[in-house]
Design a protein around this ligand. Structure first.
Ligand SMILES: Nc1ncnc2c1ncn2[C@@H]1O[C@H](COP(=O)(O)OP(=O)(O)OP(=O)(O)O)[C@@H](O)[C@H]1O
Ligand SMILES: [Mg+2]
Length: 506
């Protein structure tokens, strides 16, 4: 038997794996190559697309899919072949919560099912996502040697600190209790945690609450960025430039910084309406999380804000002026766009050329100090400026993307799913960088499915409905209070309830 029939490898970058024209063809491709009868192919394609919830997309063209839709298409194209071993490299990174739990649930069923003899290897940074499905875990060191290897439950209970040291994104619940008291046995599921807090005293509850807020809701360490003077203590060239940007005094912030008015966008030639009648205002210095299900128009909205697409109707105003009226590079220079796929914004064959690419285009190369360029190169890691960017790791490519926009000092930074493929440390590093940029007055909009990170780090949330209309737009606090179905918020509410109850009892 051929090896490729037995093994499927779904890589991290969905686009590079798609080979055909429509979703239907893509899923059928492997079976067709193996000369399966047509009726059998049809049947399997139908089954598998239903299984992963993408039946409605079968006739769609591949290049008309959102990131999450693409990921599900590729997965289908592998599962349809009934592989014996399936290797998935961050399979849920692009998925919304519904598709994520659908997919994980389905994979779990496949593994447990007697009809399939499937071994699954999932590469994933967020441990919480796979505790339920993986029996074993292998953690690698930077050099590829094995750091930890064993039964999942055993490692979670007994080697939690080692997991943290390995820079993994550990499950928030375990982490909270671990930080609260290292001597207790960590609750692994929510019910255990709720049971546990029933027996805590008021003082213990207060302590747990503080730890929870600090680790998962509003980290203390970020407060230093609220204080401009403290920030300067981070003395380095990168941060030096803040001094020139802010007098430390509160400036008056124009309300109408970016204004979206009745915006509707249809993809030409496809008739797909991605955004509908969207109206909202963005203030200068906002730090916004952009959320919504797969295909709700997040990426499209970022493209429109960047001036890369033209609205079908409605308009986007920058300081009161329609962005269509600006000269070609005038508005583009205000925007730093970090695309969903880091490779799609790398154009040059060396790191240094890549960083100089935009300044050359904008004709501002002579304004940029060599020292600053070196600093931007060093942000990527200890790499030669002459290295080919395509040989960097995914995370490093992402950092190169950042350096290549920071170099021309854009006012508005748009990031499409920037957390994908990043470990704990690089996420914190990215967030610190963005906080500093935000402190310098930059406006930041991050599209992401990672509600935990958005809760922790952003200041406002825009939520889109699946049909591209606006569902909600509010400050972070209000938003998460209203949509309080996120673990840390539920636990916080439970702790508050207990505190109230125990105070009443006394
Ligand atoms: N180039 C394109 N041509 C036609 N339709 C497209 C194109 N790109 C996206 N679409 C469609 O427009 C809608 C919005 O897509 P968009 O990529 O903005 O969604 P998204 O919210 O970013 O989704 P995801 O969370 O999966 O990244 C979807 O229905 C998608 O299939
Ligand atoms: Mg998207």
């Amino acid at each position: 038997m051929e090896l490729n029939k037995l093994v499927g490898l779904v890589t991290q970058n969905p686009l590079e794996q798609l080979v055909t024209f429509t979703v239907k063809d893509e899923i059928a491709f492997g079976l067709e190559n193996l000369k399966y009868p047509e009726a059998e192919i049809k049947k399997r394609v139908k089954e598998i697309s239903k299984f992963l919830g993408i039946s409605h997309l079968l006739d769609r063209e591949i290049n008309q899919l959102s990131g999450g839709q693409m990921q599900l298409t590729i997965l289908s194209s592998f599962l349809v072949m009934n592989p014996k071993l399936l290797i998935l490299d961050e399979p849920i990174a692009f998925l919304d919560q519904k598709s994520e739990s659908l997919l994980l649930g389905r994979l779990k069923r496949l593994i447990k099912s007697d009809n399939y003899d499937l071994t699954l290897i999932i590469i994933e940074h967020r441990l919480s996502r796979i505790i339920d499905i993986a029996d074993k875990i292998v953690v690698l060191n930077y050099d590829g040697t094995i750091a930890l290897n064993g039964e999942m439950s055993n490692i979670l209970r007994n080697s939690f600190n080692e997991l943290k040291v390995c820079n993994l994104r550990v499950p928030w619940l375990l982490n909270t209790f671990y930080e609260y008291d290292r001597s207790i046995i960590n609750p692994v599921d929510f019910q255990e945690a709720i049971d546990l807090i029933q027996n805590l005293s008021i003082n213990q509850l207060e302590k747990l609450k503080k730890v929870l807020i600090n680790t998962e809701i509003h980290p203390d360490y970020l407060k230093k960025y609220q204080n401009f003077d403290r920030l300067i203590e981070f003395d380095n060239l990168y941060i030096e430039s803040i001094k020139n940007h802010s007098s430390g005094k509160q400036k008056t912030i124009p309300k109408n910084y970016l204004e979206i008015k009745k915006l509707t966008f249809k993809y030409p030639n496809s008739g797909i309406t991605a955004l509908q009648n969207l109206s909202l205002q963005i203030e200068q210095g906002d730090f916004i999380g952009l959320v919504g299900p797969n295909g709700s128009g997040k990426t499209t909205l970022l493209y429109l804000l960047a001036g890369l697409y033209e609205p079908k109707s409605g308009e986007i105003l920058y300081r009161g002026e329609n962005i269509q009226n600006f000269d070609e590079y005038e508005y583009a220079q205000k925007i730093g766009f970090i695309f969903q796929n880091p490779e799609s914004m790398i154009f040059k064959s060396t790191i240094k050329d890549e960083i100089l690419y935009a300044p050359k285009n904008f004709n501002i190369l002579n304004q940029i100090k060599e020292e600053y360029i070196n600093k931007l190169i060093s942000l990527i890691g200890n790499e030669s400026p002459e290295k080919n960017p395509f040989n960097l790791s995914w995370g490093q490519k992402r950092r190169l993307n950042l350096s290549s926009i920071f170099v021309y000092n854009p006012e508005i930074i748009l990031l499409d799913e920037p957390f994908i493929g990043q470990d704990q440390y690089t996420i914190e590093e990215l967030i610190e960088t963005l906080y500093i940029e935000n402190k310098r007055g930059k406006t930041i909009i991050i599209s992401s499915h990672d509600y935990h990170l958005l809760l922790k780090y952003t200041k406002k949330i825009i939520e889109l409905n699946h049909d591209g209309t606006l569902r909600d737009y509010d400050t972070n606090g209000n938003y998460f209070k209203r949509h309080g179905n996120l673990g840390p918020i539920i636990l916080l509410n439970e702790i508050n309830k207990q505190i109230q109850k125990k105070t009443g009892d006394e």
